[in-house]
Design a protein around this ligand. Structure first.
Ligand code: NAP
Ligand code: GDD
Length: 365
């Protein structure tokens, strides 16, 4: 069994965890994921994998050292992908202590779980680091040598994760690395991140299910890539001959406004922008109706507004192609997915309504 590849993924139910599971299973890995107990069984992103022979789930929590020590000891992983996090920047202002516990101390708990089980020579560790470390950016574009200036409780917690990974690499000679990933999106993206919020709203507005989309800072610039392309890089980082940190980005930047314009275009609505700041509006050229407006509710106490990654090192040393999926393709595939989802949800709710009617009439017992 010495050469068997066994991966343990924390955050397996998340956007990246689900794509990474598929990727590693396709490479013949035995894949283990940790899940938390929840009062509702919400594992939509990995439901299609459950029952697959090489795919196993275990209860544990990033806030519970003992559970992590036990699962690492039981699984004996050759690779750990630490993706679990309270990953929403805005939420980290509301729950800063929880965010620090999971996103900072959680990383330490994983490292110590590996040491406690004496796996430090055989288990490689990937840490899901982030472009949010650059925060109030000190240069553009950002690369592996750009100074960090975290600008939210989330980013400060992730900075601890970055440094503790580096510390264990140097102190204990462990193969542990951080991928400094810029924003990556997909049809599985959480619905409160700006891209998915936009693609879902564009689909709903196009199908007459919503009147207006409210957003925050439309000028914010992001380097958006496709999550499915990025999980390959996580794996490549752990296959490299030496443990190093890498920036993963497309090298192309767009504003939130540009994302919205293109998303609405794919949903069949051409937007015209009028006004400035809080008074800016996106107007449907055909109907003259306001379909996008700005709300202060979505402004952050401190906002990161200029992320732009330089993926040169990953390109050269890992042979990774940052433009596998372009920005235009990403927006198109997300809108296409959400147009179908909104239509299907509508059909499902019609069935549901009929069922309710039948129940009321006593036709279904
Ligand atoms: P996501 O969809 O929000 O998934 C987060 C995962 O972490 C979920 O599986 C969640 O489980 C799990 N989790 C949260 N708290 C936990 C706890 N206390 N114990 C165990 N599991 C817990 O995030 P993502 O977009 O896939 O991102 C994956 C990682 O990359 C995160 O660490 C994120 O900070 C980082 N990152 C993301 C991006 C991006 O653009 N997506 C960019 C840079 C870095 P539940 O399902 O139970 O909530
Ligand atoms: N969520 C959200 N909702 N963001 C909005 C909105 C809105 O209505 N309107 C404007 N924005 C702006 C935010 O202020 C931010 O500048 C930008 O859109 C992107 O916000 P998010 O999509 O929430 O992502 P993020 O960049 O804050 O964080 C994501 O990417 C990081 C990597 O840079 C998350 O995935 C983090 O986990 C990840 O580390």
């Amino acid at each position: 069994m010495a050469n068997k590849n066994i991966a343990l993924i924390t955050g397996v139910t998340g956007q990246d965890g689900s794509y990474l599971s598929e990727f590693l299973l396709s490479k013949g890995y035995e894949v283990h994921g940790i899940i938390r107990r929840s009062s509702v069984d919400y594992r939509e992103r990995i439901a299609h994998l459950e029952g697959t022979p090489n795919f196993h789930l275990h209860y544990a929590d990033m806030g519970d050292s003992m559970s992590l020590v036990k699962v690492v000891g039981k699984v004996q992983p050759t690779e750990i992908y630490n993706l679990a996090a309270q990953s929403h920047v805005q939420v980290s202002f509301d729950s800063p202590e929880f965010t620090a516990d999971v996103d900072a101390t959680g990383v330490l708990r994983i490292l110590e779980a590996v040491r406690t089980n004496h796996l430090e020579k055989t288990c490689r560790i990937y840490q899901a680091s982030t472009s949010e470390l650059y925060g109030k950016v000190e240069e553009v574009p950002q690369n592996e040598n750009t100074p960090f200036h975290p600008y939210s409780p989330y980013a400060v917690a992730k900075l601890y994760g970055f440094w503790i990974i580096k510390e264990y690499r140097e102190a204990y000679n462990m193969f542990c690395c951080s991928g400094i990933l810029f924003n990556h999106e997909s049809e599985r993206r959480g619905e409160t991140f700006v891209t998915r919020k936009i693609t879902l709203a564009a689909a709903r507005i196009a199908q007459g299910k919503q009147d207006c989309l409210y957003l925050g800072n439309l000028d914010s610039l992001r380097d958006w890539g496709y999550a499915k392309d990025y999980v390959e890089c996580m794996w490549l980082i752990l296959q490299h001959d030496k443990p190093e940190d890498f920036v993963i980005a497309t090298g192309v930047q767009h504003t939130v406004r540009e994302f919205a314009t293109l998303a609405f275009h794919h949903a069949g609505i051409e937007l015209r922008w009028e006004g400035e700041g809080i008074n800016e509006k996106g107007i449907d050229v055909k109907t003259g109706r306001t379909v996008v407006a700005v709300s202060e509710d979505f402004y952050r106490p401190t906002d990161v507004v200029n992320l732009w990654g330089d993926p040169t090192k990953a390109k050269k040393e890992l042979g990774w192609n940052p433009q596998t999926t372009t920005f235009e393709q990403l927006v198109a595939l997300m809108v296409e997915h959400d147009m179908k989802k909104v239509a299907a949800d509508e059909a499902a709710s019609r069935v549901h309504t009929n069922l309710a009617e039948y129940l009321e009439k006593g036709l279904v017992k």
